[in-house]
Ligand binder design. Structure first.
Ligand SMILES: Cc1ncc(COP(=O)(O)O)c(C=O)c1O
Length: 378
C-alpha cells in the first residue's frame, strides 16, 4: 500500500471520507426539498473520483464545450450545457451530448435554437439583478454584468418557446435567510414567467455543507418555491460538494529572512492555487497554530514578488524538508492549474475510506513541453 511519506510533493490529496460527509448532506437536501443537484464542473472536474460522487448527485453542469463532453463521458445522468458565449461550432458539438442547453442571451437562443430543438431541453439564463457575493469580481449582478438577460430586456414571448431558466446569483453564501430573501425576490419579480416553465436552476454558490447551515430551512424554502411555481428545481453546487476535502501538500525548500521569515515551498499560488491570489484570500495550513511563537510567510517558489499562500504561526520553528498541508485546496484549483515558471505540477491522489491511497494523475516535463508547442516552425 502506498504510504503518504513516499509521495513526492507537491500533490493534492482528496479524502473520500470527507467527500462523502458533504455528499450525505447533499443527499439529505434532495430528500427534504425534491431539488436535483448537478455538479458544477467549473469548480471541480477531477473525474477520477466521480464514481464516489455519482450515487449522490443527478449529473453535471458546465461552462464550456469540453466540460459538457467530460460530464457526458465520465459522470452521466443529466448533462446541463451552459456557456456565456457559444459559437455555432460549440452548439453543434454539445447539442447531442447534453440534456439541457442554457443560453446566456435571447440573441444566442434565437440564433442557435434550431440546432438544439428535438435534442435537448432549452433554457435561458436570467439575471435577477440581486445577488449575494463577497467580492465584486464574483458578483453576477455587478454593474454592466453580461451574465444572463436583465429583467428590463426580457421579451415575455420567449417563455412560450423554452422549457426552463437558470439564475446564478450566489457566491459562498452561508446565510440561509439571505438566500431565502433572494428566492422571494425571484418569486415576486419573475414568478409569472416561471409558472409557464418545467424547470428552474438556481445556480451554485449556496454553501449548504458549511458547519451549522440550516439544511431543513433551505429544504423547506426550495420545496415551497418549486410547488408554488410548479417547476423542477435544480441547484448547481461546486464548492459545497468539495469544500474541506482536499489538502495541497508541499515541502519547505528554503527559509529566508527579510524582517520576517519566509518559508519557501515547492508550489505557487499563481500556478497551483490561483484563487488565493485572484481573491486575495490567504490559505490555511494544517500544521499552524495561532498560539505559536514562530511566525512565517508561507511563500511560493514562483518569481512573482507577491506570490504567497499566507502568514502563519507555528509552535516549533519550521525546518527545511518539512511538509505542510494547505487546507481546503480542491475547489477552483485543479481546474486552474497552469505551468507558469515551469514548476512541477502537483500530482493528484485520493485517500479512500479504507485508508488506501490511489493515484489519479501525475505530470512530467513532457506535459509541460506539449502544452507550449507540439510542432516547431520549419
Ligand atoms: C452558473 C454557475 N453555476 C454554478 C456555479 C458553481 O458555484 P459554486 O462552486 O460556488 O457552488 C457557478 C460559479 O461560478 C456558476 O457561475
Amino acid at each position: 500500500m502506498m504510504q503518504k511519506s513516499e509521495l513526492k510533493t507537491p500533490y493534492f490529496m482528496i479524502d473520500e471520507t470527507k467527500l462523502i460527509h458533504n455528499l450525505e448532506i447533499a443527499r439529505k437536501l434532495k430528500e427534504l426539498s425534491g431539488v436535483k443537484l448537478v455538479l458544477a464542473l467549473k469548480c471541480f472536474s477531477t473525474w477520477g473520483v466521480f464514481d464516489i460522487i455519482k450515487p449522490y448527485l443527478d449529473g453535471t453542469t458546465s461552462s464550456g464545450p469540453f466540460e459538457v463532453q467530460l460530464g457526458h463521458e465520465t459522470f452521466g445522468g443529466e448533462t446541463h450545457a451552459y456557456s456565456v458565449g457559444y459559437s455555432e461550432e460549440d452548439v453543434k458539438a454539445v447539442a447531442d451530448l447534453c440534456n439541457k442547453m442554457i443560453f446566456n442571451s435571447q440573441h444566442q437562443l434565437a440564433t442557435y435554437r434550431h440546432l438544439v430543438e428535438g435534442k435537448a431541453s432549452l433554457g435561458l439564463r436570467l439575471n435577477p439583478g440581486v445577488s449575494y457575493a463577497g467580492q465584486d469580481l464574483a458578483n453576477p449582478a455587478r454593474q454592466y454584468s453580461r451574465l444572463g438577460v436583465q429583467a428590463s430586456q426580457i421579451d415575455a414571448a420567449v417563455f412560450d418557446t423554452i422549457d426552463g431558466v437558470m439564475f446564478h446569483m450566489n457566491c459562498e453564501n452561508k446565510d440561509v435567510d439571505a438566500f431565502i430573501r433572494l428566492l422571494d425576490n425571484i418569486s415576486a419579480n419573475f414568478g409569472a414567467y416561471l409558472n409557464q416553465l418545467e424547470w428552474v436552476s438556481l445556480g451554485g454558490g449556496v454553501f449548504f455543507t458549511w458547519p451549522g447551515y440550516d439544511i431543513e430551512k433551505l429544504g423547506a424554502a426550495l420545496k415551497q418555491f418549486s410547488e408554488k411555481h410548479g417547476v423542477q428545481l435544480y441547484l448547481e453546487p461546486g464548492e459545497a460538494i468539495i469544500t474541506q476535502t482536499t489538502d495541497l501538500v508541499v515541502t519547505v525548500v528554503d527559509i529566508v529572512e527579510n524582517e520576517m521569515k519566509t518559508a519557501i515551498v515547492d508550489s505557487a499560488t499563481e500556478a497551483h492555487r490561483l484563487d488565493t491570489l485572484i481573491y486575495n484570500e490567504p490559505a490555511s495550513i494544517a500544521e499552524a497554530d495561532e498560539q505559536g511563537s514562530y511566525e512565517y510567510v508561507i511563500g511560493s517558489c514562483s518569481c512573482l514578488a507577491g506570490d504567497q499562500f499566507c502568514t502563519a504561526r507555528f509552535r516549533q520553528p519550521l525546518k527545511h524538508g518539512q511538509r505542510l498541508h494547505i487546507l481546503d485546496s480542491a475547489g477552483y484549483t485543479m481546474v486552474k492549474l497552469n505551468w507558469f515558471n515551469g514548476l512541477r505540477m502537483p500530482s493528484v491522489y485520493c485517500r479512500r475510506s479504507n485508508g488506501e491511497i490511489q493515484q489519479l494523475n501525475e505530470f512530467d516535463y513532457s506535459d509541460f513541453k506539449r502544452s507550449l508547442s507540439q510542432w516547431s516552425v520549419c
